[in-house]
Design a protein. Structure first.
Length: 180
């Protein structure tokens, strides 16, 4: 079965540096096949016989910490779940041209997407748009309003540590790679 592992907080600001070739080798050592990475932010596509996503998370996080010497929060999503969430994305997400910022907040279990969304909506005073599908919160707003958005204001909070964010471009590319 095909999966994508989304790593949180690697290669950001010079911290938690991980070479993608080393990350691929780490996942191959776990016995995963067809391992590939996309860009330097920790998107690893792989195939595994194991079908329990929670168990895959445990395996990946343990191997990453043993290999690189620091813990990395990871979420693993099956191709089917990823594809299903994106097929149900709201019409406004991923469209709107250059003046719109579209991102996907992947909620890391056991945190529930509704919990994150509730927190964001309570704090939001800007034109942020949110919608949930599966473990994904789709987020959009005009780029000119970014400094008013609630999402950058949650950096450093406990809720922020339970999501990993990807742009719509990256999210769509991951789906295309999973489909390839």
């Amino acid at each position: 079965m095909k999966y994508v592992a989304l790593l949180r907080g690697i290669n950001v600001g010079g911290n938690n540096k991980v070479a993608m070739s080393d990350l691929r080798a780490c996942f191959e050592q776990l016995g995963f096949t067809n391992v590939s990475t996309y860009i330097n932010s920790g998107n690893i596509l792989f195939e595994a016989a194991e079908t329990d996503e929670a168990e895959l998370v445990v395996l990946c996080e343990k191997a990453i910490e043993e290999t690189f010497g620091f813990p990395v929060v990871t979420t693993v999503i099956s191709k089917q779940s990823f594809k299903s969430a994106l097929s149900l994305a709201p019409i406004w997400w991923g469209s709107g041209g250059e003046g719109i910022r579209n991102e996907a907040l992947f909620v890391i279990p056991p945190t529930k997407p509704a919990e994150v969304l509730s927190y964001l909506q309570k704090k939001s005073e800007s034109p942020d748009k949110f919608a949930i599908q599966g473990q994904v919160i789709f987020w959009s707003l005009p780029k000119a309003e970014y400094n008013k958005s609630v999402v950058p204001k949650i950096i450093g909070t406990s809720i922020y540590k339970r999501v990993t964010i990807r742009s719509s471009t990256t999210t769509k590319k991951i789906l295309a790679l999973l489909d390839a």
